[in-house]
Design a protein around this ligand. Structure first.
Ligand code: NDP
Length: 386
């Protein structure tokens, strides 16, 4: 029987919730564009519960133990003495989340001879060394679309929050002040600005759609161009590369996966070509930017603001410079882990496990690596080093 090793973030500091702010979740009928929601044969959790933390166990225990498999759930993932490393040696399936990633490096994959499936309970499998997975015949799958809209909503929130100077203004209220001039001296309207997305995949296109009613000019770059009808409907300007696009934008949002083509893209050079006082929102992956170049651009005023929820490494150390740099609206990695998203990625994780244990094909749209090569969504959106 298989050992399933699942790495999740810690429970809340005041304990696993006994009650929730709302009763249940809205029922969705599908994803935009027609992809179906996860279709497991059953679920053993109540949508709206906290599933992504250790005690939530993604709602998987009854299902896996019912099939006779072992489930180990831990948040202890760093270093050779971690519970993760100890169990990795004989694990067949590793489940991890981008919010609290168990980095499956080439060295770790080397030490996991039984590993067959690396499953991302979310989207973005860059915490897995894909070249090593390919070399060792490990299948990599993720729950495509499960939290794309969650992130798109977060991006819109962060754009408005930066441009309108929301967080510093809120802080004056908390401090007992009524400092209107202090609050508005950095506050603008989004209306009339040029907004561009690096990548117009599931998240990027959802961001464009959500921003269209704000009367902004919309730009995008991507490896594949959107259908002409979509460009026309949203009034999009296509640019052949990120380098071509960013000088035309007041706001740039990054929505591409982290892979060799995008790593380190936003360094001093590219940031220097942006409009002075541009805003940069990154909910994709931290390593698409150069950490210290972001700090320099905020300090010099080249960037008026930076916001996002992705860091490297995760969890970010307490002295990470993005915690204290000026004009930022950083959060921990939360945009794709709302309670709404958790219900979808827990169901999608179960769907993938049901397929895997039944030796049935995993949905093509969930695949990143399979049979020794990039596959499915991975073949479309990722690249490898070799
Ligand atoms: P999709 O696969 O739908 O979209 C990714 C898009 O990026 C594709 O259109 C792809 O192009 C494009 N792309 C890839 N490489 C480049 C490049 N070099 N230049 C321009 N475009 C490129 O994924 P999602 O939109 O759902 O998610 C995108 C990323 O967002 C994830 O990979 C993940 O890293 C991050 N994410 C973050 C979350 C969070 O909680 N903060 C949650 C979910 C995702 P094409 O396919 O046309 O080749």
């Amino acid at each position: 029987m298989a050992k399933v090793l699942c790495v999740l973030y810690d429970d809340p500091i005041d304990g696993y919730p006994k009650t929730y702010a709302r009763d249940g979740l809205p029922v969705l009928n599908g994803y935009p564009g027609g992809q179906t929601l996860p279709t497991p044969s059953a679920i053993d959790f109540t949508p709206g519960e906290l599933l992504g933390s250790v005690s939530g166990e993604l709602g998987l225990r009854a299902f896996l133990e019912g099939l006779g498999h072992g489930l180990v759930v831990t948040s202890d993932k760093e270093g050779p003495d971690s519970e993760f490393d100890r169990h990795l040696a004989d694990a067949e399936v590793v489940i991890s989340q981008p919010f609290w990633p168990a980095y499956l490096t080439a060295e770790r994959i080397e030490k996991a001879p039984n590993l067959k499936l690396a499953l991302t309970a979310g989207i973005g499998s860059d915490h897995v060394d894909l070249d090593a997975a390919i070399a060792h015949g490990v299948t990599v799958a993720e729950v495509t679309f499960c939290n794309s809209i969650s992130v798109a909503e977060h991006v819109v929130m962060m754009i408005l929050s930066l441009v309108r100077n929301y967080l510093p203004s809120h802080e004056w209220v908390r401090r007992g002040g009524w400092n209107i001039a202090d609050s508005v001296a950095r506050s603008y309207d989004l209306e009339g600005m040029d907004v561009g997305t690096v990548a117009a995949g599931r998240i990027g296109l959802a961001v464009l759609r959500r921003l269209a009613p704000f009367d902004v000019r919309l730009h995008y770059t991507d490896r594949h161009r959107l259908p002409a009808a979509v460009e026309e409907e949203l009034g999009l300007t296509f640019h052949a590369s990120t380098q071509d696009m960013v000088p035309h934008c007041d706001v740039v949002t990054i929505n591409a996966p982290l892979h060799p083509e995008t790593q380190g893209l936003f360094g001093d050079e590219l940031l220097g070509t942006m409009r002075r006082g541009a805003y940069l929102i990154n909910t994709a992956r931290a390593l698409i930017t150069d950490r210290d170049a972001i700090v320099r651009a905020l300090e010099s005023g080249q960037l008026a603001g930076y916001a996002g929820d992705v860091w490297y490494p995760q969890p970010a150390p307490s002295d990470h410079p993005w915690r204290t740099m000026p004009h930022q609206g950083m959060t921990p990695h939360i945009s794709g882990s709302s309670l709404s998203a958790q219900a979808r990625y827990a169901a999608g994780t179960r769907e993938i496990l049901e397929s895997y244990f039944a030796a049935a094909p995993i949905r093509d749209e969930y695949l990143i690596v399979d049979a020794g090569k990039l596959a499915g969504t991975g073949a479309h959106s990722y690249s490898t080093r070799s």
